[in-house]
Design a protein around this ligand. Structure first.
Ligand code: DC
Length: 217
């Protein structure tokens, strides 16, 4: 058990690996609160673009953070290719990560106050930086072509001029940026359970993860 006296499940992984689906399903199964931290970076990227803010204007980007409280995180724009690209750029900026740290770290405490016995938090640095003492850590991955195909299928009805090759190239570039950035790069923690979703169907993946959690808690 971590210091907050609640259960924390950390899920990290590559883009379109299925980590978000896994997080949602685990949260529903155990009635835990769920935080998709990618949505914080995507939400901020959306605000940056909507206000024509320069990707390097750190002070201006920080000034937009309070507006996240009024943002609709279900806005389909948040998964667009352009928002994904901007999110990848601004998430590599140390002051931006620092500013979003508190919100993420407070999430289990606030969720506990709301009556949730645990939380599921997914992202890139959850097990390594945000909750290094999480009760259970998962790392979700799949081969890049499988992930690109999934993202392409997600975007095909939403964006014009979308083609598989450019989605594959975007995901490859984002993997590289996420894994090589100086601050909070995507890594596999030593104590993480690795799940490869390349050939696994979603139900089997969820069942397997829930079995692991039941064994460990
Ligand atoms: O998981 P996602 O594709 O929705 O994440 C969007 C972007 O935000 C991605 O480029 C990585 C970044 N991100 C991050 O740096 N740290 C997190 N904890 C979550 C996401």
């Amino acid at each position: 058990m971590n210091k907050i006296n609640t259960t924390i499940i950390a899920i990290d992984g590559t883009a379109a690996s299925g980590k978000g689906t896994l997080a949602k399903r685990i949260a529903t199964h155990f009635n835990y609160a769920h935080l998709d931290t990618g949505k914080l970076y995507r939400g901020l990227a959306y605000l940056v673009m909507r206000t024509n803010t320069d990707n390097n204007d750190i002070d201006k980007i920080i000034s937009l953070i309070p507006d996240l409280h009024n943002l609709d995180f279900n806005n389909p724009e948040l998964i667009s290719t352009s928002v994904s690209k901007t999110a990848s750029i601004i998430s590599a900026l140390p002051p931006i990560r620092q500013q979003l740290l508190k919100y993420q770290k407070d999430f289990p405490v606030i969720s506990l106050q709301k009556g949730f016995a645990g939380v599921v938090v997914d992202g890139r640095d959850i097990g390594s930086i945000i909750f290094p003492d999480a009760d259970i850590k998962f790392f979700v991955d799949a081969d890049v072509e499988t992930r690109a195909r999934r993202r392409y299928n997600e975007l095909i009805n939403k964006e014009n001029n979308i083609d598989y090759k450019s989605v594959l190239s975007d995901i490859t570039q984002r993997d590289y940026a996420d894994k090589t950035r100086k601050v909070a790069p995507l890594i596999i923690c030593d104590d993480a359970i690795v799940i490869d979703t390349t050939n696994t169907d979603i139900e089997a993946m969820v069942e397997n993860a829930i079995n692991n959690i039941n064994k460990l808690l």
